[in-house]
Every structure is written in structure tokens, then in C-alpha cells.
Ligand binder design. Structure first.
Ligand code: SAH
Length: 231
């Protein structure tokens, strides 16, 4: 059978491209806004939601859905070589390109529509949202659960800023918490699993900035913060 679902809201996020987005929610304290669309943006649709601290967001991997799926995938946590079944992974390329993220609900705003402020999201700017459900800790929190090949958080890199990047940051007017977001995103080591070239310069897009950095000896070094006006 085929089903069709309607987008109920859209994510506004500092993550303007896939590269650099953490591989799961809550690893980085990124703040995003979920804007509900008519007719779902009536205050009635979110009445009572503010009593919950966390919500499940069901969304579409809209940027990668055209690439289809494979039965086996190579999760970054296994070094990019070992394969597991698509249904044993959180890969974005799935038979139905549906994502599921547990995020913190910071606030519910119902002035002129309905928007949710969410923290710890792993969502791209423009992500279409299909559903929102409150997280119910007494049934859904399972500390005894086994985490397969993702048992525990990934190792973190140290992060250092060049004098040039510090100067550039001081001359810009980035959103509150921008430097902390850069630190947390780079500490996750955004490189593909198979890359380890200390000379290579990478760029990650956060808000309207392009953050240029390199990684050597377990340290990510912020080289430059450039204004990218396409955003
Ligand atoms: N927590 C979700 C997502 C895990 S995959 C789940 O388990 O279903 C996480 C990756 O999804 C991120 O690294 C990011 O690159 C990717 N992503 C986030 N939003 C996306 C979107 N709208 N389209 C395609 N990929 C997206």
C-alpha cells in the first residue's frame, strides 16, 4: 500500500548543509525552531505540550531521498568499512526516508501561529516535519537497553581557535552561543570515517557563516570564520 503524508511544519536550523550535523540529537546543543504550517499552527494543536520536557520529531530526510537505499550500510561508528543492515542503522538512505529525533522542548510559542523552540536537534534547515509526539519517560526511558555498535557517546576532539578566527569572530555579530556551537560541532569530528589528512581544510556552514577548520593530532583547529551571504 502507498500512503501520503502532509508536512505539518518546517525546521529552521543553524545547520545549512549536511556536513557538520551531529550524527544523533543531543550530542550538540543546537537550537532550532519548528514552525507549524496552517492548519496545524492553531494554538489548540499544541495545547498541553509545554508540560513535556522532550518530544519526538518525525521528519523526512528531504535532502537525500532522491538517492534511494541499499540493504547494507556502513555506519560511521564502525569506521566506515564494516556493514550492517539498513534496519540495524540510523542511516539517512532508507526505503522510506523517515527520520526520528528525540529533542528537548525549550518553549511553545503561540503568538500569531505555533512554533516550538527545540534544543539538541540534528536537523537540517528546511527539514519537513510529519509529526510531533511528547516523550513519555516512564515507558520510553530504558537505561538497561543494549546499544549495539553505538554503545556510548563517540570520542570527542579538542578544539582550538587561531588568532585570525578569533579576530574575525569579534568583528562579526553572530547569534548568541555561536562560538559554543562551533566548539561542539567540531568536537564531534565531522570528517567522513575514512579521512585523516592533517593538511586538509574543511568548511562547515552554521547560520550564515562558513567555518574553516583542520584536524590534526586529535585537535580541531578553527582557521577562519567567513560570512557566506547566500543565507
Ligand atoms: N536522529 C535521526 C537522524 C539520524 S541521521 C534518526 O535517527 O532518524 C543524522 C543525520 O541526518 C545528520 O548527520 C544529518 O546529516 C542528516 N539529516 C538531518 N536532516 C536531514 C534532512 N532534512 N535531509 C537529509 N539528511 C538530514
Amino acid at each position: 500500500m502507498n500512503y501520503s503524508f502532509e508536512t505539518i511544519g518546517v525546521i529552521r536550523s543553524p545547520y545549512r548543509e549536511k556536513f557538520g550535523i551531529p550524527r544523533q540529537p543531543s550530542l550538540v546543543d543546537a537550537r532550532v525552531t519548528l514552525e507549524l504550517l496552517p492548519p496545524y499552527n492553531q494554538p489548540d494543536c499544541v495545547r498541553g505540550l509545554e508540560a513535556f520536557s522532550h518530544v519526538w520529531i518525525h521528519f523526512v530526510f528531504h535532502q537525500t531521498l532522491a538517492r534511494g537505499w541499499q540493504p547494507l550500510v556502513r555506519p560511521p561508528r564502525l569506521g566506515g568499512n564494516a556493514k550492517v543492515g539498513v534496519f540495524a542503522s540510523r542511516a539517512t538512505h532508507r526505503p522510506n526516508p523517515l527520520g526520528l529525533s528525540l529533542v528537548e522542548l525549550v518553549s511553545v510559542n503561540t503568538d500569531g501561529g505555533a512554533t516550538l523552540e527545540l534544543a539538541g536537534a540534528d536537523l537540517l534547515d528546511g527539514t519537513p516535519v510529519l509529526d510531533i509526539k511528547p516523550y513519555i519517560p516512564f515507558v520510553e526511558s530504558r537505561p538497561e537497553a543494549r546499544g549495539g555498535f553505538v554503545d556510548g557517546p563517540p570520542p570527542q576532539l579538542a578544539v582550538a581557535w587561531s588568532d585570525e578566527a578569533r579576530r574575525q569572530l569579534a568583528a562579526l555579530t553572530p547569534p548568541a552561543g555561536f562560538a559554543g556551537l562551533v566548539d561542539q560541532v567540531l568536537a564531534q569530528d565531522p570528517r567522513p570515517a575514512y579521512q585523516d589528512d592533517p593538511e586538509r581544510v574543511y568548511g562547515v556552514s552554521l547560520y550564515c557563516y562558513n567555518v574553516r577548520f583542520g584536524i590534526a593530532d586529535g585537535t580541531a583547529r578553527v582557521l577562519e570564520i567567513l560570512y557566506a551571504d547566500q543565507n
